[in-house]
Structures are given as structure tokens and as C-alpha cells.
Design a protein around this ligand. Structure first.
Ligand code: ADP
Length: 349
């Protein structure tokens, strides 16, 4: 606050100082000494005070006008949506402007940081995308060109190469389809087909489907829900199958031999249930949890890629759940296990 008056105060002190020197000069010239000065000292102090106040008011007025005219243009340029400039109350406007500029600077800094984050994220995303596509593309390319060169005479080997190229194409199409799905969710193109269905039945269908995968991994896939006691929810059944399948498949992929994956339903509120997928697998370090649902985010890049995942599974899961206006949670401890859970709306009776 003092800063805004400091120029006027300094100038006023200077004027009072010069005035005092002149008075002292005249006094000395007129009387030939300073001995009688004490007789008029009160007059001088009063004059100095009056002069200080008058100079301060005049200078302050000019300083304000100067600041106002200089920054009025800047005011409108910088703050197009700022408060209107008020000529009649410059003091107030200078204050308001200072505050608005401070806020503007703060917002701009935040915006720049956000843009930097976005830019980093974009770079990382493009890098990841290129990496994901490169491997299967090279695979297809090398097998097809080897076959085109015509050097592979053995029919069985040719068949094997064709199959390998086809696998590469499958992988490419899988990644592109998953990315396309995420983009559809992000742009709001995909609409949900909301209907009422029995969640318990869906879970048992899923278990039946994935039992072979679980057996291969020597993991016990369990659910203690009573199949004859339905729990009806309101959601897009096909999408929820996709979510559940991604989460259960992950629990098997990142599970441990003789481990367990358990599916549970918890009655949360009058309107919501919580579907939990709990495993005692490898778990995830705490530092990875905040970025886990990002596209292509992987905890252990090489190991997870070898598991055959695209790094898009959890991003899709999150988008589907958020499209339902529901919430997804993850809790995990390294070498102990993970729990992924999400809410669903109970069917209205
Ligand atoms: P991916 O295709 O690599 O499986 P996801 O998006 O499905 O991609 O998962 C992202 C990463 O989260 C995985 O690479 C894995 O490291 C970790 N992850 C997901 N689910 C689990 C789980 N149940 N246990 C341990 N790690 C998991």
C-alpha cells in the first residue's frame, strides 16, 4: 500500500527540503545569522507541513493520472474480461488493476504449467504410440518381405511366416481399435446402452469364460455370491463386461502362482453397489498409482509388454466407468496384491 504513495511522498519531502533551504538562505541574508531562527521555527514547521500536504496531494493526483493513462491501454489489452476502467476513481482502479494483474499473473502461471504438462503428456503419448505400433509393424513387414523375396521354399515355413505376419496385424488392429474406443469416449461419440441386468449372473458368466486362463496361470478365480440371489444394476451390460474382463484378466496377468482373484459386490448406499476385484498378486508400487489409468502407462514396461497387454486396458476401464458417471478406485501394495473397485447404480424398482 505504501509503495503506491512513495513517489509522491519522496517528491513532497524534496520540495519541502528545497523550500526549507531557500527560507533558511533568505533568513540568513536578511538577518546575517541563524540566532533568531527559534522565534519563527513554529511558522516554518507549519509552512513545511502545509507545503508537504499540498505537494503530496497535487503530485499524487498527477502520479495517479500518469499511471492511469499509461496503463489504461494495457488494462484493456491484458484484461479483456477484467473489470471496467473507471476514470472518476483512479485510485480505486489502480488498486483493482494491481489486484487483477496479480490474479492474471497467477492464472497465467498456472495455465503455462498446465500447457507444459499437456505438452509433455502429448510427447510421451506420441512416443508410446509409435513404440506400440512399431513392434508389430516391423514383424509384419519383415515376414511379408521375406516371403516376397521368394527364398522360403518350404511350405510349412511359409505357412508359419504368414501366421506370424497375421499375428502382427491382429496386434496392430487390437491397439488401433482400443485407441479408437478411447477417442470415442473422450469425444463423447459413444453412447451407452443403459439397461437393467443381474450383476451376479454377469459375474458368473465372466468366471466361466476366464476359468481356463485362470487355470493356466494356476490362479483361483472365486466369487462367494449366491447365484440365485440377483443384484440388479442399471448400466451398459456389454461395457461392464469389458470393464470386468479387463480387470480380471489383469489380475491373472499380474497374479502369482497359486494366487487368488476374488470378485465381490458390496452394498454401498441405497443407490449404489461397489464391485470389487481383489487379487493377491504382484501388486503395484504406490508411486505408480496416480498415473495408472493413463493411456500406455505401465508399471514395468518390458515385463508388461511381454504379457501381451497394450497398456490401454485401464484407460478404457476408466473411460467406461466415468461415462456411467460412476467412480473407480485402486488400492495396491507391492508384493501383496491389488484391489480395483468401481461403483454402479442399483436398478430402480
Ligand atoms: P496392460 O495392457 O499393460 O495390462 P493396463 O492398462 O491394463 O495395461 O494396466 C496398466 C498397468 O497396470 C499394467 O501394465 C500393470 O503394470 C499394472 N496392473 C494392472 N492391473 C494390475 C494388477 N491386478 N496387479 C498388478 N499390476 C497391475
Amino acid at each position: 500500500m505504501f509503495k503506491i504513495y512513495s513517489a509522491a511522498i519522496q517528491l513532497s519531502i524534496l520540495i519541502v527540503g528545497v523550500f526549507s533551504l531557500i527560507i533558511l538562505g533568505f533568513f540568513y541574508l536578511y538577518t546575517g545569522s541563524f540566532t533568531l531562527l527559534y522565534e519563527i521555527v513554529y511558522y516554518i514547521i507549519t509552512c513545511q507541513f502545509i507545503l508537504f500536504v499540498v505537494s503530496f496531494l497535487v503530485i499524487q493526483k498527477y502520479v495517479e493520472r500518469f499511471i492511469s493513462t499509461k496503463i489504461e491501454a494495457m488494462y484493456h489489452d491484458l484484461l479483456p474480461t477484467g473489470i471496467p476502467f473507471n476514470q472518476t476513481s483512479m485510485q480505486k482502479d489502480v488498486w483493482a488493476l494491481t489486484k487483477s494483474l496479480q490474479q492474471f499473473a497467477k492464472d497465467s502461471k498456472l495455465e503455462i504449467e498446465l500447457l507444459k504438462d499437456k505438452e509433455n503428456y502429448r510427447k510421451e503419448f506420441i512416443g508410446n504410440l509409435a513404440h506400440e505400433l512399431k513392434t508389430p509393424l516391423f514383424m509384419v513387414e519383415s515376414y511379408i518381405f521375406t516371403l516376397l523375396e521368394g527364398d522360403v521354399k518350404d511350405k510349412k515355413t511359409r505357412q508359419k511366416y504368414i501366421q506370424k505376419a497375421a499375428n502382427g496385424l491382429d496386434r496392430l488392429s487390437f491397439i488401433i481399435k482400443e485407441l479408437d474406443l478411447i477417442t470415442q469416449f473422450e469425444t463423447g461419440v459413444t453412447s451407452l446402452d443403459i439397461a437393467q441386468f443381474d450383476l451376479v449372473k454377469l459375474i458368473y458368466e465372466m468366471i466361466e469364460l476366464l476359468e481356463i486362463n485362470a487355470a493356466k496361470k494356476e490362479i483361483n478365480l472365486v466369487c462367494n455370491l449366491d447365484i440365485d440371489t440377483p443384484i440388479f444394476v442399471e448400466a451398459d451390460r456389454e461395457r461392464i463386461i469389458q470393464v470386468l474382463s479387463n480387470l480380471v484378466v489383469n489380475s491373472l496377468k499380474y497374479g502369482v502362482k497359486n494366487g487368488t482373484t476374488e470378485i465381490e459386490i458390496k452394498d454401498l448406499t441405497n443407490e449404489k453397489v461397489l464391485l470389487r476385484i481383489i487379487d493377491n498378486g504382484k501388486g503395484i508400487g504406490e508411486e505408480h498409482l496416480p498415473r495408472l489409468f493413463e493411456r500406455f502407462y505401465r508399471v514395468d514396461k518390458t515385463r508388461n509388454r511381454n504379457e501381451g497387454g497394450s497398456g490401454l486396458g485401464l484407460a478404457i476401464v476408466k473411460h467406461i466407468i466415468e461415462a456411467h458417471n460412476e467412480k473407480i478406485y485402486v488400492e495396491s501394495t507391492l508384493n501383496v496384491g491389488s484391489e480395483f473397485s468401481f461403483t454402479l447404480a442399483k436398478a430402480k424398482a
